[in-house]
Design a protein around this ligand. Structure first.
Ligand SMILES: Nc1ncnc2c1ncn2[C@@H]1O[C@H](COP(=O)(O)OP(=O)(O)OP(=O)(O)O)[C@@H](O)[C@H]1O
Ligand SMILES: [Mg+2]
Length: 413
């Protein structure tokens, strides 16, 4: 029993039972409640309400909470229950009565209407229209996209109610409430981050929260911030797998098209991971050869700015690498590695930039190239700056160096 309660999804455990617990869409909900209540005064013009909007924002849960608040009997059906005309006939009779035997009022919900597709379901849609035209109790339909041409005729019969994504602040507050109930002390920034990332999808926000926070006493921003990184990493992993394991040139090339990654970055990823995925020596040599050609074109682009050559870089880097795999046997799952070179480059980036800036100052005064300044002048300047502060100050003034540059040359950072 303990296990069971530990593993219930929080979207179920913390599902609002009453309308007061549903966040967002106050006006839409108000409109829906008024329409349902209007049935007490007789059958209204529109016998069905059509709720629509993106996934995970509380459409289904609103109807369930509403039935609960108004103490109505809810008959809930999903697309799988009403695919065909025959299936619908089985419960169509329920719609012919408002009051039930036990004195409760009936509400029929046909959820996930998007689920009925294709020709064989056409009869199903028609049967639904017939129920709506003659219903003696309120019918609620739900779909994500009501403007699908299939629903055109049905729409005319319904009171259309749009559900929108709740605001980030509202989602954040809901997450806060769940944390309180779960005994978790969560940083505001952490919850805001989860709420923002979910982009209004409450269900996925709650799922993320459970994955990150279940079993914890505290949830900090650090606990969640890596999520942003996870997305990017997953993307590049997918791309790499396409490059290493595609059977066709097209498949490998498509990887780049779908990836929103920088080509130079991708090159480093391929270079770093290649030996672990293409392990037959001859295959590897061929793949490396192809990568070297890609690099050659990269260099030429850098020199000439001739971006037409980019397609060669892509071909060699993707299709060329994929086609090199001839003898390598599948090795099962091999983890992908983060390129050492990118790590190193980003670690030393600030230092390299500072050095380049100093070289530029020297270049201007001494009329030599920046490369020569780095190689031949800076080492001597370092000796002077470390040992003779008076001379160093004069040179710094002459070269117009700032404090960072001076500190760098005197080895202080
Ligand atoms: N507005 C909301 N207020 C409170 N909880 C919500 C809200 N929206 C979603 N949830 C949570 O997410 C879960 C899923 O919501 P629901 O099933 O109502 O989404 P939906 O809009 O019907 O999505 P779909 O279009 O995918 O069917 C609920 O059980 C609840 O825990
Ligand atoms: Mg739903």
């Amino acid at each position: 029993m303990v296990f069971k309660s530990m593993w219930t999804a929080w979207t179920v455990k913390h599902k609002p039972r009453t309308l007061a617990g549903v966040i967002g869409n106050k006006e839409a909900i108000q409109k829906l409640v008024e329409w349902v209540k209007s049935w007490d005064k007789g059958i209204p013009k529109k016998r069905a309400a059509f709720l629509y909007g993106p996934p995970g924002i509380g459409k289904t849960v609103t109807v369930e909470a509403l039935a609960n608040d108004l103490k109505m009997e809810l008959v809930e059906k999903n697309a799988s229950d009403y695919r065909t005309e025959k299936a619908i006939q089985r419960f169509a009779g329920l719609a012919s009565q408002y009051g039930t035997l036990f004195g409760r009022k009936r509400l029929i919900l046909l959820d996930e209407l998007d689920g009925i597709t294709g020709r064989e379901d056409a009869g199903g849609l028609k049967a639904i229209m017939n129920i709506v035209k003659t219903a003696k109790c309120p019918i609620i339909l739900i779909a994500n996209d009501p403007y699908d041409p299939r629903f055109t005729a049905l729409r005319q019969l319904c009171l259309m109610i749009e559900f929108k994504k709740p605001r980030v602040r509202e989602v954040q507050r809901l997450l806060q409430r769940i944390c309180m109930l779960e005994g978790i002390n969560a940083e505001e920034a952490a919850l805001r981050f989860i709420a923002q990332r979910s982009q209004g999808d409450v269900r996925s926000a709650i799922n993320d929260l459970q994955a990150l926070a279940q079993g914890k006493k505290r949830l900090t921003f650090d606990d969640v911030s890596w999520l942003a990184y996870r997305d990017r990493k997953e993307k590049i992993f997918e791309v790499l797998r396409l490059i290493f394991y595609s059977r066709t040139c097209d498949g490998a090339k498509r990887a780049v098209a779908m990836a929103d990654v920088d080509l130079d970055m991708l090159f480093e990823w391929v270079y770093e991971n290649l030996p672990y995925h293409i392990r037959d020596p001859q295959d590897l040599a061929e793949a490396m050869e192809s990568l070297a050609k890609a690099d050659l074109y990269r260099g030429r682009i850098r020199l000439t700015q001739d971006w037409k050559l980019q397609s060669y870089v892509i071909d060699f880097m993707t299709a060329g690498v994929a086609m090199a795999r001839k003898r390598t046997k599948p090795a099962g799952w091999v983890p992908l590695r983060f390129p050492e070179r990118i790590k190193w480059l980003s670690k030393t980036k600030a230092e390299r930039e500072l050095r380049a800036a100093i070289a530029k100052k020297i270049k201007r005064k001494c009329h030599i190239s920046a490369t020569r300044a780095i190689k031949e002048y800076i080492p001597y300047l370092r000796i002077i700056f470390e040992n003779n502060s008076e001379m160093a100050n004069k040179i710094a003034e002459w070269l117009d160096l700032n404090e960072h540059m001076k500190a760098y040359l005197s080895g202080k950072n």
